[in-house]
Design a protein around this ligand. Structure first.
Ligand code: HEC
Length: 158
């Protein structure tokens, strides 16, 4: 084998190895990460949700000007984050620095249902924002907050 083809073969193997890592990362997705990372991810995602919900609540309360573009951006972010909620609650992440209630893991069907309700609400919020109906947009903020609170009531410890 010439040095050149040996080098090419080495490169090819390297590419395969890199692709293999990438593929297994996709196949195993979130569960390939550690429970500690899952807890950090879900808390971080929740904090970002809190940021956007506060902006919306401030608009409704008149503590900042109502801005349809800011509203649409906030609910679009919430919708994207809602879509990744389940990713953060991986097996093994029941313990550690977490306030996730035991029910998240003991009754995964109920938790999934709560996540799906929340996703339905964020989808609705995006549709309402796109409609441009300010009155409906203001009312929808209350529904979003309710969706957050109702899940916390059962699935987050004090
Ligand atoms: C389907 C259930 C569910 C929904 C919906 C939900 N949360 Fe949470 N939230 C949780 C759980 C469970 C925790 C505890 C996470 C942990 O400590 O590991 C949490 C934690 C939090 C925290 C604390 C994060 C931290 O740093 O400890 C904030 C803030 C928060 N949620 C905000 C929100 C907001 C705002 C919404 C709505 C836009 C929302 N959540 C919707 C389940 C939910």
């Amino acid at each position: 084998m010439s040095n050149l083809s040996r080098a090419a073969r080495g490169m090819f193997t390297g590419v395969l190895a890199a692709a293999g890592i990438a593929l297994s990362a996709v196949a195993g997705h979130a569960s390939a990460q550690t429970p500690q990372q899952a807890i950090q991810f879900r808390k971080g995602a929740m904090q970002v949700q809190g940021w956007h919900v506060r902006s919306l609540v401030q608009m409704v309360k008149g503590q900042r000007p109502f801005d349809a573009a800011v509203y649409l951006r906030a609910v679009t972010m919430l919708d994207a984050l809602a879509g990744s909620t389940l990713e953060g609650f991986t097996p093994g992440s029941e313990t550690g620095e977490t306030r996730a209630a035991p029910d998240v893991f003991k009754d995964p069907a109920a938790f999934r249902a709560a996540v799906e309700r929340f996703q339905g609400e964020t989808r609705k919020a995006v549709a309402v924002a796109r409609s441009g109906d300010e009155k409906a947009m203001r009312a929808e903020v209350g529904e979003l907050v309710k969706a957050c609170d109702s899940c916390h009531e059962r699935f987050r410890t004090k």
